[in-house]
Ligand binder design. Structure first.
Ligand code: PDD
Length: 281
């Protein structure tokens, strides 16, 4: 694979960053994941806008213009011949060559930027999406700025492992009884023809896929309600699903061992997945 590090395209084995990089020492960095279908980027603009916002919230300089970033994305897709897959982008604060809790001087510290591709044939025509996901619920013990897409992903990784150990696919996180989001996706339930999902706040990531899916749902005259829902309400829902750049719309068929509806992906989630893929590709 060819990867991109600080202005250079390199074989992955030759890429390196400093051991003092604050991304490595302190998870002081942000990231984006953009999907590729038919060799084309899906919603690059949305991801670029959220990246700027994340950097801003952490008082980090953006080391690359949007136009250059687009060019790097396209070049990596070309060099690695990605038809279907993902592009991972990470920007960390860099370092001034030492470890300190205080941020280094932004005038003299250059952020580190890394991009790589992941080849994922079958991303759109996914068997997992046809089956639907089984999920468990876990406590949401993450920090209070989940709207910033930081690389602090240890707890979501642990949640994913808890799900796997329970024979499931993923976990939804619950705070004060209400579902916040999935380990790496936004969470929804369906009651009748109504799609219910938590409103945007600092409690969840403002999903780029979420924005597009809710827009398409409203355009298709589906009712959307942005409000909190409990895990108990979710278990009694007709359907549930998640959205993310890496799995688009993923039906949920079981929560904590309770089958939703007839235990199949249902009607609304597969339809939204189809609409999303049709509109975006
Ligand atoms: N995760 N919520 C969380 C906690 C996420 O990590 C993600 C994305 C989402 C969905 O956001 P979007 O629709 O913009 O992808 C919601 C990415 C895919 C990841 O970590 O791989």
């Amino acid at each position: 694979r060819t990867v991109y590090v600080n202005g250079e395209y390199l074989p992955e084995t030759e890429a390196s960053i400093s051991i003092f990089d604050r991304g490595f020492l302190m998870a002081d960095g942000v990231y984006e994941v953009t999907s590729v279908l038919d060799g084309k980027l899906i919603d690059f603009d949305g991801h670029a806008v959220r990246l700027s916002r994340s950097l801003n919230e952490l008082e980090m300089n953006n080391p690359i213009s949007k136009a250059d970033l687009l060019e790097v994305h396209r070049e990596l897709v070309r060099l690695n011949e990605i038809e279907e897959g993902l592009i991972y982008l990470q920007i960390t604060r860099g370092s001034d060559g030492d470890r300190d809790f205080a941020f280094p001087d932004p005038e003299t510290t250059v952020p580190t930027i890394v991009l790589f591709t992941q080849n994922k044939p079958g991303l759109a025509d996914s068997p997992a999406a046809k089956r639907g996901a089984k999920i468990i619920s876990i406590d949401d013990i993450r920090w209070g700025r989940r709207d910033i897409k930081t690389v602090q992903l240890l707890y979501p990784s642990m949640g994913k492992m808890m799900a796997k150990k329970a024979g499931c696919d993923d976990a939804w996180m619950v705070e004060d009884g209400f579902v916040t989001e999935g380990t790496s996706n936004n969470a929804y339930i369906v009651k009748g023809n109504k799609i219910i999902t938590r409103a945007l706040s600092n409690d969840i990531l403002h999903g780029i896929t979420r924005a597009a899916v809710l827009r398409f749902a409203r355009e298709a005259q589906m009712e959307v309600e942005e409000r909190n829902f409990t895990i108990d309400e979710a278990k009694q829902a007709d359907e549930a699903f998640t959205t993310s750049a890496s799995a688009f719309v993923m039906p949920v068929v079981e929560i904590d061992g309770v089958a939703l509806g007839d235990g199949t992906p249902g009607r609304v989630a597969p339809r939204l997945r189809e609409i999303y893929l049709d509109e975006m590709r």
